[in-house]
Design a protein around this ligand. Structure first.
Ligand code: ADP
Length: 242
């Protein structure tokens, strides 16, 4: 790519291409209970990244050979709708989607009390309906809300965000342009009350001090997301006494 084609990602005023500060999330929206046919569901939006998660179960697994005698089996499908990208995406699951389904399952497994539901399966379907960077982290935020909405006992919620580096600056909540042209992209998922990291990936290069700073920035964003997740659940389920 010619240097002249590279978009300017941080302006003279220190703001990003969409007007955000470097430590600012995109506008976030969350809603639970959006689907009637699933046990639990959620909608999560980070700017133009929009994701739906649906949970079924605990239920008898469709395939009997899957059952485990001591706990529920967690199954997870991450999928991008054909209309979620600028060019129609092939609806068949790509290698990336198969990998992200596994990554999402492993990031959620530690918070689910699956030992309470032996011989059952808990199925999580994640559908990206609009992709503009950070779909795996939006997916985890939505899936964790959908699990709670399904009434599945959990040790904690999982809250997630990607941090990155563009033009030498560490930034919170990386969007697609920043992901495409930036130097690094690091998705992080945390179960805040358990003080546990359930996902940490890094695409690109960060020095060890940049890594520490980037991780702190992710925790700051995750704190805000976790507060919004709890507020969303409270607004739906807390009985208001007048
Ligand atoms: P994440 O969405 O978690 O950031 P990636 O870093 O793999 O995951 O992808 C970054 C962004 O690139 C996505 O959010 C999406 O906007 C875009 N993208 C990913 N896969 C495709 C695809 N097959 N077609 C078009 N855009 C894609």
């Amino acid at each position: 790519m010619l240097e002249s084609e590279r978009p300017k990602l941080i302006g003279e005023n220190g703001l990003r291409h969409d007007g955000r500060r470097i430590d600012e999330l995109r506008p976030v929206k969350m809603e639970v209970g959006i689907l009637t046919n699933a046990s639990g569901s959620a909608y999560v939006e980070f700017g133009k990244t929009r994701v739906i998660a649906a949970v079924y179960g605990p239920r008898e697994p469709p395939q009997k050979y899957m059952v485990l005698p001591h706990r529920a089996v967690l199954r997870c499908r991450y999928h991008m709708a054909p209309f979620s990208t600028d060019e129609r995406k092939n609806p068949a699951p790509s290698r990336r989607e198969i990998e992200l389904s596994k990554v999402a399952r492993e990031a959620l497994e530690p918070v689910i009390l699956s030992e309470l539901f032996p011989r059952t399966s808990i199925d999580i379907f994640i559908e990206v309906i609009s992709a503009d960077g950070g779909t795996r982290t939006a997916a985890l935020n939505a899936a964790s809300l959908a699990l709670a909405d399904a009434g599945i006992p959990m040790r904690d919620l999982v809250a997630a965000v990607a941090v990155g580096k563009v033009e030498g600056h560490l930034i919170l909540d990386v969007d697609q342009v920043e992901d495409n042209y930036g130097e690094a992209d690091m998705p992080v998922a945390v179960a805040p009350s358990l003080n546990a990291v359930t996902l940490l990936q890094l695409n690109g290069v960060l020095s060890s001090s940049e890594f520490s700073e980037a991780f702190k920035l992710a925790l700051k964003g995750i704190g805000e997301i976790y507060r919004l997740q709890k507020e969303t659940l409270r607004n739906k389920y807390l009985v208001k006494v007048e």
